[in-house]
Design a protein around this ligand. Structure first.
Ligand code: BG6
Length: 483
């Protein structure tokens, strides 16, 4: 049940809005998930007529839904859409926006503000909303979505939090990590806790180590400036990869309510042992992609794309972490992310300890693999006798795809937009999670920024650099691939 509401979209002409938000809202409308009384007010810097804006939206939908879409839904959707110019030079811009929103017949008064703006503008936009009284909740709810990254390190995240919490309660703040909107990530908790077979072995007694991998074949594209100020650790590990780790390792929440789930995630994130600053080189590894080949096509290296050969910013980052609680005592977690690796793959790989019965030269260690993307699956590798006269084993696979023909494909942003309107922030981040994640990566980011030695290079399209193995605890540990 969603209350009548208005979604106010800042940065509406930007890439996120064009590719994800507008098409996502359209899909929700097509699925009948938007309330009848729901308006979208797009806010941009430049003056654009309503007709031109609606034509622009049509272009976004045409680009996204190449096979076409339902005209009836389109008519309904387009009639929900409005535009407001908010030029940065106009001191009264927010007051004018408030005036526009006061037309209650067009704009239901429950308001969700989606800030798809430059991270350095988050605090200021919230200040200005508050100044004109748009953050006060009396008769109606008011919610604000803050896109990633929430700060660039722990102090700046705290500063942003202090600034916005002058005007907003925690329940009004929706901090995005879009991975939490992915069905495959949400499935981790369900697979763990809606079955009885996994939990009893989900601990240090049975598990040798865990790998959490998130690799891409894409390079940094046209985001070189952003990326060079960010790096893989900030861009992916601080957010998506650590959230995947939290879902994989948290204790069972008492129910699936936002508070219960987030409380358990916070506990486990806070239990991760800080990376020892005097031994970073055995706990953290970074590298940059050099020129290479992706799908048979030659691609340039990161430094060439950037046009600055002095950059030490990583496009590959791997960490070894330990969780100091009874369940995970002594279990290493190897987490890594990379651009331009040989495969695009997000997965959780769990290696179990050696079985008591060792036959022949086999390794006899089971792996359980949870595929997140591109393939959503769960796979168990087990040792089994090779039929015949001799006693010997080989590894066979129990491999189940989670996605079946006819299943709905929902984009992460669609799910998150729906949650926002429903007032469910369980798939958004609590400030304590954001802080715990910065606390963990900050020392590595600082050490790496100071270390100006040339970083390891890996050819685009290759596997992990050999030198990354430095973080493994044991010689028999190795990176798992999907192929
Ligand atoms: C974003 C990062 O948060 O996630 C990008 O900034 C990355 O660098 C992207 O490519 C990956 O998201 P997805 O949903 O395509 O796996």
């Amino acid at each position: 049940q969603i209350d009548p509401c208005t979604l106010v979209l800042f940065g509406a002409s930007g890439n996120l809005s064009r590719v994800k938000l507008m098409p996502g809202l359209f899909r929700l409308d097509a699925l009948g998930r938007l309330p009848e009384k729901m308006a979208i007010l797009s806010v941009g810097r430049s003056e654009v007529s309503l007709e031109a804006w609606r034509a622009d939206i049509k272009g976004m939908l045409d680009a996204k839904f190449k096979k076409g879409y339902d005209q009836k839904v389109f008519e309904r959707f387009i009639a929900r859409n409005f535009y407001h110019a908010n030029p940065p030079t106009d001191p009264n811009a927010f007051a004018k926006m408030k005036d526009k929103l006061s037309d209650e017949a067009t704009f239901p008064q429950n308001l969700a503000f989606f800030l798809s703006v430059r991270p350095s503008d988050f605090a200021q936009v919230v200040d200005q909303l508050a100044e004109v009284g748009l953050t006060n909740e009396d008769k109606y709810w008011r919610r604000v979505v803050i896109e990633k990254p929430f700060g660039t390190n722990l102090p700046s995240a705290k500063e942003l939090q202090a600034s916005i919490s002058k005007h907003l309660k925690e329940s009004q703040i929706y901090r995005i990590d879009h991975y939490l909107g992915k069905s495959a990530l949400q499935n981790i908790l369900l697979q763990r806790f809606a079955n009885t077979v996994l939990e009893p072995i989900w601990n240090s007694e049975y598990i040798d180590h865990v790998q959490i991998t998130n690799t891409e074949m894409l390079g940094v594209g046209d985001r070189t400036q952003f990326y060079d100020a960010t790096g893989a650790l900030r861009d992916m590990i601080q957010s998506h990869v650590l959230q995947t780790l939290a879902l994989t390792t948290m204790e069972q929440p008492k129910d699936l309510s936002p508070d219960a789930v987030r409380a358990e995630k916070i506990k486990v994130l806070e239990a991760i042992r800080p990376i020892p600053v005097n031994d970073i080189e055995h706990h953290a590894f970074r590298a940059q992609y050099a020129a290479g080949e992706i799908n048979g096509e030659k691609v340039p290296g990161y430094l060439e794309e950037l046009g600055d050969s002095s950059s030490v910013v990583e496009t590959y980052a791997a960490l070894k972490l330990f969780i100091d609680n009874p369940r995970w005592k002594g279990v290493p977690f190897y987490i890594r992310t990379a651009k331009r690796l040989h495969e695009a793959d997000t997965r959780i790989c769990i290696r179990f300890k050696k079985a008591p019965l060792q036959i022949g030269n086999g390794q006899h260690q089971n792996w359980l693999i949870i595929g997140i993307q591109p393939r959503e699956c769960i796979k168990l590798e087990i040792e089994s006798k090779i039929p015949g006269l001799d006693i010997n084993t080989r590894t066979i696979e129990l491999d189940a795809a989670n996605r079946q023909d006819g299943d709905e494909t929902v984009d992460a942003y669609e799910a998150l937009l729906l949650n926002l309107m429903e007032g469910d922030n369980s798939q958004y981040l609590h400030i304590s999670e954001v802080e715990a994640q910065w606390r963990l990566v900050d020392p590595v980011i600082e050490a790496w920024a100071k270390d100006r030695k040339p970083v390891h290079q890996y050819p685009a399209g290759s596997r992990d650099p050999e030198a990354s193995k430095v973080i493994f605890e044991h010689e028999d540990q190795f990176w798992r691939y999907s192929i």
